[in-house]
Design a protein around this ligand. Structure first.
Ligand code: PMP
Length: 407
């Protein structure tokens, strides 16, 4: 690859002063060579890397880009608050208005607390559930991602067995495994944590089966435990009132982040009345948790989401993308695996255990200015247009042709 590109030069400088050049999920070393590490600009559904290459972006900053990069109304709300101040001795007025909006929009939310990152929110849910119940055990789905601190990090490096001693695992969508986990922890269950849908890295996505969702609710009711939905990734993309509203199953606690302030750093825990006392008593805080700019952005984001029926837009375009890709793949003699909700596309190939096809395909998309991910679910945003989708589908015709169906 081009060693004189701006991206290559930034990588060389970063490699000297940042361990590994970049940490965590945004390390471009996890993507095929050819993907940029550094970006300069975003606007609507378009992204530019530091070399000025332009992409129609289907990763949406891994979720936070919900309405479009630099959405004018969100930027105006954030700028107006920034002109007054952001991090002060306590929260701004925006805190109360944002809390009112959350509790009016989400039926399961009787109250809300705000944090910064998704991990803050999921971890706070566990703290509140344990404080309220006086119990230790938490049921979690095997392989689910809930954040990057010892209790939930996908890596065991730097983590002790004691950090996870009180977790009991079950399989998503497998009622029997949930019954067994609940039996094993009986009498000491503080919470069952579940993702809004199964979106494990490199796996087919799965929406929750109604009987699975209802069983989690039943067990929590029977045991006096808290049902915690991790909405960090799915939140506001499936249903503005909560991802399980259509199933008729309501959580006791939910953790939110990513989309809720359109890229400004904000997370939230929403909860039911019976957990209000515990939420008031636990000591949870952070130097930046009351930043008023992100809260102003959050208020504007929720209002636009509701006004513009963003979920319907994402569903419509997601269906157009899924159908278009399926058609092109079929024409090329390839079989795709597209799973989960259309507004969070995951495009994988049949007979592709090492993701080789996916990587060749995504690189061929990248070369045509379409930013796809070969293994992780992607995201649509309100700024995506039919023209964006049609350009991606047109590019896929060429990218599929780059794959030899006989291999
Ligand atoms: N839960 C889920 C489902 C997530 O997708 C993520 C982030 N990818 C987190 C929790 C953690 O959020 P954050 O990275 O903001 O701490």
């Amino acid at each position: 690859s081009d060693t004189t590109s701006a991206d290559a030069l930034f990588r060389q400088r970063a490699a000297r002063v940042i361990p590994g050049g970049m940490w965590g999920h945004l390390n471009a070393a996890r993507l095929p060579a050819g993907y940029p590490q550094f970006f300069r600009r975003g606007d609507g559904s378009t992204l530019w890397d530091v070399d000025g290459r332009r992409y129609i972006d289907f990763m949406c900053a891994w979720g936070p880009n919900y309405l479009g990069y630099r959405h004018p109304e969100i930027e105006a709300a954030a700028a107006s608050q920034a002109a007054e101040g952001d991090c002060l001795n306590g929260p701004g007025e925006a805190l109360v208005e944002l809390a009112e909006l959350f509790t009016s929009m989400i039926p399961a939310a009787d109250w809300v607390q705000f944090q910064k990152n998704g991990t803050d929110a999921t971890t706070t849910c566990l703290t509140i559930a344990r404080a309220a119940t006086g119990r230790k055990k938490v049921l979690v789905a095997r392989g689910a991602y809930h954040g990057a601190v010892p209790w939930c990090s996908p890596s065991v490096l730097g983590v002790t067995a004691e950090d996870r001693a009180n977790l009991v695992t079950y399989e998503f969508n497998d009622p029997e495994s949930v019954r067994l986990a609940a039996e094993a922890a009986k009498g000491d269950i503080a919470a069952i944590v579940v993702s809004a849908f199964k979106h494990d890295f490199g796996k087919d996505q799965q929406l929750p089966l109604p009987e699975f969702a209802r069983l989690l609710r039943e067990i929590c009711d029977r045991e006096g435990a808290a049902l915690v939905i991790d909405e960090v990734r799915a939140g506001l993309r499936l249903n503005l009132g909560g991802s399980w509203e259509d199933l008729g199953v309501r959580p006791d606690l939910s953790g939110w982040s990513k989309a809720i302030a359109n890229g400004y750093p904000l997370a939230a825990v929403t909860g039911a009345d019976w957990l209000r006392g515990a939420a008031a008593q636990v000591f949870v805080t952070g130097s930046f948790w009351c930043g008023a700019v992100a809260m102003a952005a959050g208020i504007a984001t929720l209002k636009v989401a509701r006004r513009d029926d963003v979920v319907a837009h994402l569903e419509r375009l997601g269906t157009r993308l899924r159908d278009g890709l399926d058609l092109q793949a079929e024409k090329a003699g390839l079989r795709l695996r597209q799973s989960g909700p259309v507004q969070m596309p995951l495009v994988m190939f049949e007979d592709d255990p090492d993701f080789h096809k996916g990587e060749v395909f995504c690189l061929a998309m990248l070369e045509q200015g379409i930013y796809f991910h070969p293994k992780h679910n992607m995201f649509l945003c309100a700024a995506h247009t039919e023209a964006d989708i049609d350009r991606a589908v047109a590019a896929s015709e060429i990218a599929f042709a780059a794959l030899d169906p006989s291999t």
